[in-house]
Design a binder for this molecule. Structure first.
Ligand SMILES: Nc1ncnc2c1ncn2[C@@H]1O[C@H](COP(=O)(O)OP(=O)(O)O)[C@@H](O)[C@H]1O
Ligand SMILES: [Mg+2]
Length: 479
């Protein structure tokens, strides 16, 4: 196979590209060094549309048709910050070729080779990105894949490239079919809730990209991206340029409505008169501090909203488990009595009482935690023990309850008791007041003074598991 390919178009244009000189590659394409007939240097993106058995090749082919379609739409607006398409053709049925001006390098390559950008360079990058997003907005297009690999240096500015998954903002179809494309490290929080991409999600990705350029690494992890984008404020370094700090915070607002409505707002903030005094810098700093506080308040509000929602779901799940418990008991002991006085649930059976208390933790050890206790009344004497604990964790929108019991590790034979016995009986649960700390210590894992070397046993919570625990404790007390 010759390493230099040539193609002559009916239009008279001709291109060569050098397959031994790839300058970049993506999932389905390789970009090569090439020249147009008049000797101009070009970049030639060769896209495979052949069924390679690994994915839906038909959809891929359609997507690159879309890339050409988007380029045609962009040709109708004034562009200065978007990589234009010079030509396109199919040299054979397995390939689509896109011809572009040859850019110098990508932002990703720049960061890899020469480290992070300075504040001044980042400000210029952000101005270019905003100009690019604005041009896209004028053509009613969402880019949907803004990231350092798709930002190219060309003619002394940064331009947006790779419209492979872009789409029209008014296109009715296709908004959800493309969820899953693009890199989650640059996904706006709402995209994780299957909201369609928008100008605001492009602005967010541009903010991530600029912050990455400034920090030298992505501000959001790939692992756990959904949680990080929704609830974590990236650590923006302390900047001398307060306007840049403010712009980044505006772009990275969790709520799309909190982001700028129009990229021009960001450009305004970033394009003040060149020489500003210290006094004027102080004014900017006041606003950037306000933006930082607004961002914190937004995250706290989102977290408490989320945890309220989680608690509601968790309580609904718990109510079903409680119904199972009561039904299981009353089926065979019809005079067993149940009482619900949130946050306490009681079941009286003979001389014994099962009670469950639930509370909402404050430290991120679950969304609801609880204590299962067993009381036994025997004439004047009451035995009480904490049989176990509960924890509800919501993930991916569904809540799951786990039953926790604790024991001292064998390694810690000489260690103090797990819990002082109550009226002679020692349970395998812990008081609610101590549960949060204990779980944090066990999960962290720094076991503190009060609970030296504790082991946690977890099982999926069912009504039957609680009843079994209750029966075992009462039998032991009566033995
Ligand atoms: N016009 C160009 N000039 C120079 N390099 C380019 C050009 N277009 C793309 N590249 C390089 O090729 C890489 C992949 O191109 P891209 O269009 O993003 O393909 P994909 O859709 O497969 O991600 C880019 O990250 C960049 O490094
Ligand atoms: Mg790309």
């Amino acid at each position: 196979m010759p390493e230099t390919k040539r193609f002559d178009l009916p239009s008279g244009a001709s291109y060569v590209w050098h397959e031994d000189q790839p300058i970049g590659r993506g999932g389905f394409s390789v970009v090569y060094e090439g020249e147009a007939g008049d000797g101009t240097r070009v970049a030639v993106k060769v896209i495979r549309v052949v069924d390679d058995g690994t994915s839906n090749w038909y959809t891929n082919a359609k997507s690159f048709g879309r890339e050409i379609d988007i380029a045609r739409r962009l040709a109708k607006v004034e562009v200065g910050h978007l990589m234009p398409l010079l030509d396109n053709f199919m040299p054979n049925p397995q390939q689509i070729v896109l011809v572009m001006p040859r850019a110098d390098f990508s932002l990703a390559a720049r960061l890899r080779d020469a480290g992070p950008l300075s504040e001044i360079e980042t400000r210029l990058l952000l101005l270019d990105l905003m100009a690019g997003v604005e041009e896209l907005a004028q053509a009613f297009i969402a880019h949907r894949d803004i990231k350092p690999l798709n930002v190219l240096r060309w003619r002394d500015r940064w331009v947006l490239a790779d419209f492979g998954i872009s789409k029209g903002l008014n296109d009715s179809t296709g908004s959800h079919t493309w969820v899953g494309h693009g890199s989650q490290q640059y996904w706006a929080p709402e995209l994780f809730d299957a909201e369609p991409a928008s100008l605001q999600s492009d602005l967010y990705a541009a903010g991530c990209t600029a912050l990455e350029a400034l920090m030298g690494h992505s501000p959001f992890p790939l692992q756990g991206a959904a949680h990080a984008h929704r609830f974590e404020i990236p650590a923006i370094p302390i900047l001398a340029d307060a306007a840049l700090d403010r712009a980044l915070r505006m772009l990275l607002a969790k709520n799309p409505n909190g982001r700028p409505e129009d990229p021009r707002q960001v450009r305004q903030i970033l394009s003040p008169p060149t020489a500003i005094t210290d006094l004027q810098k102080s004014l900017q700093r006041i606003v950037s501090r306000s933006a930082a506080r607004a961002q914190e308040a937004e995250v706290l509000a989102r977290m408490s909203q989320q945890s309220e929602q989680n608690q509601e779901n968790g309580l609904a799940r718990w109510a079903a488990i409680w119904d199972d418990i009561v039904e299981l008991a009353q089926h065979v002991v019809p005079d067993a009595t149940a009482m619900v006085q949130p946050p306490n649930w009681f079941l009286n059976i003979g001389d014994a009482r099962l009670s469950v208390s639930l509370t909402s933790p404050v430290k991120g050890v679950g969304d609801l935690i609880g204590e299962i206790s067993v009381r036994h009344y025997d004439h004047q004497r009451v035995d009480l023990l904490i049989a176990g604990n509960l924890r509800c964790v919501v993930s991916g929108g569904s809540s799951s309850w786990e039953l926790l019991t604790f024991s001292r590790n064998d390694m810690a034979r000489g260690a103090p008791r797990l819990r002082e016995p109550v009226n002679g009986a020692e349970g395998t649960g812990v008081p609610l007041s101590a549960l949060e700390d204990l779980l944090l210590q066990v999960d962290s894992p720094k076991i503190g003074m009060h609970y030296p070397v504790v082991q946690v046993h977890r099982q999926n919570l069912t009504g039957e598991a609680i009843v079994a625990m209750f029966v075992a404790e009462v039998d032991a007390l009566e033995a």
